[in-house]
Structures are given as C-alpha cells and as structure tokens.
Design a protein around this ligand. Structure first.
Ligand code: HEC
Length: 186
C-alpha cells in the first residue's frame, strides 16, 4: 500500500470517528444552557409545580432580608423532590423585589413581588462530580427560563469554569456542599 492510500484510509477512519462522536448537525451539549439542560429544567419546573414548591398553591415559609444577586427579600425551602422517577435533594429560593421592598409587603402579596426563582437540584452521581452533582436553574416568575445578559440560558452546570455565576459563588458556601442556608441532606 502506498503512503497516499494509507493516509486516505487513516483520514476515513478519523472522519468516521468524528461523525460518531457528535450527532450530525448538532453541537455537543455545553455545560449549561444547551437543549439537554433546557429539557431537564422544564421537567424540573413541572415537578416543582406539581409538588407546590412553585405556583399559585405554593408552600410558604417566612421571607427574610437578602442581598444581591438574589434579591431583596428571599424565601428559601429545601426537601426531597421526585423528577423523572428519581428523588433528589432540592433547594428552592424565591427572590422578591424591587429594591427596598419590605418583608410585610411581600407577605401581603407574594406573586406581585416575585422577581425570580433560583433552584438547585441534586442530580445523579457523575452529573458534575466537580460540583457535587448540582443542577442549577434560574426561572422568571412565570416559570420561563431566565437568561444572562449575553443570552445564555441559566440552566445546567451554571456557569462551570467561569469566574462568576452560580457555581463560582456557591463554591464559597460553608461545609463544602455549595449550599449556604441549609445543612446537607442526601
Ligand atoms: C455572587 C454570589 C452568588 C451567585 C452568583 C449565586 N448565588 Fe445563590 N446564594 C448566594 C448566597 C450568599 C446565598 C445564601 C444567602 C441567601 O439566602 O441569599 C445563596 C443562596 C442560594 C439558594 C438557597 C440555598 C443556599 O445555598 O442557601 C439557592 C437555591 C441559590 N442560591 C441558587 C443560585 C443559582 C441557581 C444561581 C445562578 C443562577 C445562584 N444561586 C447564583 C450567593 C450567590
């Protein structure tokens, strides 16, 4: 076999490997904001709604004063949630505004003041071993997925490897579990 023939064969194997590595016409799933993350975030929202973690019939807790980036009055809850047949630890934070809003005003009319809902859901082992397998999501008050200023959907491993964002900031939470207000539950 001549060198050229060998070379052509090698290139053939290489391009086949490249084709198999990614679905044709579709880029590999990025750490966050991609189609897989969006689909999971939608399933997660429906599960939260069905269990009354969000929505009109939502379970209530005592709101407290918070700071940016989460909002000015906050309400956080944690517990277990079943998503697609698997139960995991979930932490839900409701973020109320606008700036300067008082706790009394929020308690009197939560839906009027709801600005965003941030959620952490513990995924299956191996989802993101560097970051405790957390799935991160930021939703608008109506349940649609929120975006960062560059238009990236804030769902998935947000924003893995970057200097700012959910993961970068939550790495500083006490106890190494990436959660600030609650104690670890598996
Ligand atoms: C600049 C830092 C920072 C960023 C960025 C950040 N958080 Fe937080 N987050 C906090 C702090 C501090 C708390 C605890 C105090 C509080 O209740 O606000 C918190 C609390 C939470 C909680 C309640 C559970 C807990 O850890 O106490 C959730 C859920 C949450 N954040 C989700 C998110 C999501 C999702 C994102 C990204 C879209 C995000 N956070 C981005 C600092 C941050």
């Amino acid at each position: 076999m001549t060198f050229i023939k060998l070379f052509n064969r090698a290139m053939g194997v290489l391009s086949l490997a490249l084709m198999l590595g990614s679905t044709p016409g579709q880029a590999a799933e990025p750490p966050f904001g991609g189609p897989g993350s969006i689909a999971f975030a939608k399933t997660l929202w429906t599960a939260l709604e069905n269990a009354n973690w969000v929505g009109k019939e939502q379970i209530r807790s005592k709101p407290y004063l918070g700071t940016e980036p989460h909002g000015f009055v906050l309400e956080s809850l944690d517990g277990q949630l079943e998503v697609s047949g698997r139960t995991g630890w979930v932490v839900v934070k409701r973020n109320y505004g606008p700036k300067g809003v008082k706790i009394d005003a929020v308690e009197a009319n939560r839906s009027k003041h709801l600005a965003a809902i941030t959620v952490m859901f513990k995924r299956e082992k191996g989802y993101d071993p560097d970051n405790q397998d957390w799935f991160w999501a930021k939703y608008k008050a109506d349940g649609s997925i929120d975006k960062d200023p560059k238009g990236a959907n804030l769902v998935g491993r947000v924003a893995k490897g970057m200097d700012a964002g959910c993961i970068a900031c939550h790495k500083g939470a006490p106890g190494g579990d990436m959660v600030f207000v609650f104690d670890p539950k598996k």
